[in-house]
Design a protein around this ligand. Structure first.
Ligand code: PMV
Length: 333
């Protein structure tokens, strides 16, 4: 491959309504359960990948290994290792052995349970494969992104997306789901600080030690069926109820791990209670949470500003942001 090949892609975070929590196969990232998510607008990662031919670098000297910068800061350690390992999958597939320069910009705080790895690896999969000269259809891109971070396979598509757990590399991918509901997700930002334990580690610990984990996995099947039925019937209330129950069940399983994984902060409990109380006052709002202290609230797009204003009144210390459904991964430029 002469010269250097470069591509830029942009992807958005997604929030799961039926969660992914646990891998049946760690190295291939095959989940124990299927999951359902909404890709959001905003919460964006834009990533440029350049594969550099011999001696080709910004400074003119030889580049021997991959480099990664996130929001202008050069990264090393596990972040760079994780990206390099992912790039190896792309290099193998494209039959190239060139180092890459990866630069990514984000509007998502990292590691705070705001699905930053989903937008990051969806954008990286699209940019790296294109820069390596591969033209992958969306399903292939979804399978590739999955290897970087499970939830990233869902950010390849916009709107409502189902990740079929599958049983091997070929059968585990995401696909869009037709959705007659006009949904919005409100992010209640309680903490943008990096979470105390990565989702990868917390999943492993939950799977290996929590007596509640098998029960959550079993319930998840019914939850998925219920969620899909609610969507096809345009029943927001039924969708909200099953989404909230599924997320609370996931956190119950985490808390029962040994030692327990507790992402919640006092404001998390306050936000969950506020949403429940708001429902008794006629608001259509249901909570969900990921691997962090923040709470996301499912509502309808027409009600979103009213629900957000009520949340701001009740939780004056939190930042409350409304998100509409967003698009799937896109090449830029
Ligand atoms: O994509 P990962 O490996 O960071 O896993 C994220 C899992 C949750 O956000 C907690 C749930 C989900 O389905 O997105």
């Amino acid at each position: 491959m002469p010269g250097s090949y470069s591509a830029t892609a942009r992807a958005h975070a997604n929030i799961a309504l039926i969660k992914y929590w646990g891998k049946a196969d760690e190295s291939l990232v095959i989940p124990t359960t299927s999951s359902l998510s909404l890709t959001l607008d905003g919460l964006t990662t834009q990533t440029t990948v350049e594969f550099l031919a011999d001696g080709d670098s910004a400074t003119g000297s030889a580049v021997l290994q991959d480099t990664l910068s996130i929001d202008g800061r050069l990264q090393g350690g596990t972040s760079l290792q994780r990206v390099s390992r992912f790039l190896d999958l792309v290099r193998d597939r494209a039959g190239i052995a060139l180092p890459a320069r990866v630069a990514s910009r984000n509007t998502v705080p990292f590691g705070a349970g705001l699905a930053s790895s989903a937008s990051a690896f969806a954008a990286l999969a699209a940019a790296a494969s294109r820069a390596a000269g591969l033209e992958l259809p969306d399903r292939e891109l979804s399978r590739l992104a999955r290897r970087g971070s499970g939830s990233a396979c869902r950010s390849i598509y916009g709107g409502l997306v189902k990740w079929n757990a599958g049983h091997d590399d070929g059968s585990s991918y995401a696909e869009p789901v037709e959705n007659p509901l006009d949904l919005a997700i409100i992010v209640v930002l309680i903490s943008a600080r990096e979470k105390p334990m990565s989702s990868r580690e917390a999943m492993r610990l939950t799977m290996c030690t929590s007596p509640l984990y098998p029960a959550w996995v079993q319930a998840s099947d019914d939850d998925m069926r219920g969620a899909l039925a609610a969507v096809s019937q345009g029943d927001l209330r039924a969708l909200g109820e099953v989404a909230e129950a599924n997320a609370l069940g996931m956190h119950a399983a985490m808390m029962a791990a040994r030692p327990g994984v507790i992402y919640w902060l006092p404001q998390t409990v306050a936000a969950l209670a506020a949403v429940r109380d708001m429902r008794t006052h006629g608001f259509d709002a249901w909570s969900t949470m990921d691997a962090g202290a923040n709470v996301k609230v499912l509502t309808s797009a027409p009600d979103a500003e009213r629900v957000a204003d009520e949340l701001r009144n009740r939780l004056p210390d939190c930042t409350v942001e409304v998100h509409r459904p967003g698009s799937g991964v896109q090449m830029v430029g």
